[in-house]
Design a protein around this ligand. Structure first.
Ligand code: SF4
Length: 292
């Protein structure tokens, strides 16, 4: 694989030596699951010899009993272990402190950032599943990131981890910190909408999932706000009853059957992506050519 691999170690730190030998890119230790400091020191020395970063990852659910179960306790624990590792002569570190409460996560990370300069990995842990987890993660991450706190992010959701990555990316994009991929603008629908906009939206979203170029695409339900949003986007459709107006770069391309307008929009975005050297789309087009 070409993405960095991190070995997340708990209780049996001997696995960390194997992971380092296998070439992991980072290891994570949790102060609440370190069995003893002797083996931790040996592991730190091994990571130091290989210049592999260590994340000191404090989690409220496994905070050692000697610390108070609040933001001060979380921060104190992280600082103690950072100091321990620094005293052993190693400072290639990343730090995280996580709580399942978004507000506590934000406050704890602000306090942490006021005490040290190491990169901070940000996340609301055990946030739950579905919309609840997404809202908690979005609130926690956005409030901290807006204050300039956080160098890597983790969204923690009950369920498919692919969704965690998608949500994390969308949070970064919403904050203007990333721009890769399709930015879909779509209306919530109302009594004026005369089409099944949700299914059109899902069709377009899934067809453009692999696109990596930054591009704004509007999918709108009627002629009230539809033309305005579609004109402002790189391309867009304003749907009406049995017809759809397709826009590219603020200009009307034409009025089509909804199905044809959707096909034209998808083709336009993919061609733009291919022109920009989007490897994902080129591979997709190639495989489509081979299939047909
Ligand atoms: S664009 Fe039209 S259908 Fe969509 S929410 Fe606005 S008024 Fe309703």
């Amino acid at each position: 694989v070409s993405i960095p691999i991190i070995a997340d170690l708990h209780f049996d730190l001997s696995l960390g030596f194997i992971a380092l030998e296998m070439g992991v890119d980072k290891i994570r230790i949790n102060p609440g699951t370190v069995p003893n400091r002797e083996i931790l020191k040996k592991l730190v020395m091994e990571a130091k010899a290989r210049n592999i970063p260590i994340r000191v990852g404090v989690n409220k659910g496994s905070l050692p009993d000697s610390y108070s179960k609040d933001k001060e306790g979380l921060v104190r624990c992280a600082l103690d272990y950072v100091k321990l590792i620094e005293d052993w002569g190693y400072n290639n570190l990343v730090v995280s402190i996580k709580s399942s409460d978004p507000e506590e996560t934000v406050e704890a990370n602000k306090l942490l950032a006021s005490h040290l300069q190491y990169p901070i990995s940000l996340g609301v842990t055990e946030a739950g599943g579905g919309w609840r987890g997404i809202v908690k993660s979005s609130v926690g991450l956005a409030l901290a990131l807006k204050d300039g706190i956080g160098d890597t992010v983790r969204v923690s959701l009950t369920g498919d981890p692919v969704m965690e990555v998608k949500v994390a990316y969308e949070i970064l994009r919403s904050l203007g910190l990333r721009s890769r991929g399709v930015n879909l603008i779509a209306c919530p629908t109302c009594g004026r909408c005369q089409v099944d906009l949700e299914s059109y939206y899902q069709e377009i979203e899934s067809a453009l999932e692999e696109v990596t170029i930054p591009i704004d695409v509007a999918v709108m339900g009627c002629s009230v706000n539809g033309p305005g949003e579609a004109k402002l986007a790189d391309c867009g459709i304003a749907f009406g009853k049995d017809k759809a107006v397709f826009f590219i770069k603020g200009k009307i391309v034409g009025t089509f059957e909804p199905k044809e307008a959707i096909e034209r929009l998808i083709s336009f975005v993919k061609e733009e992506a291919e022109r920009s050297g989007d490897e994902n789309v080129s591979a997709f087009l190639l495989s489509t050519e081979r299939d047909t």
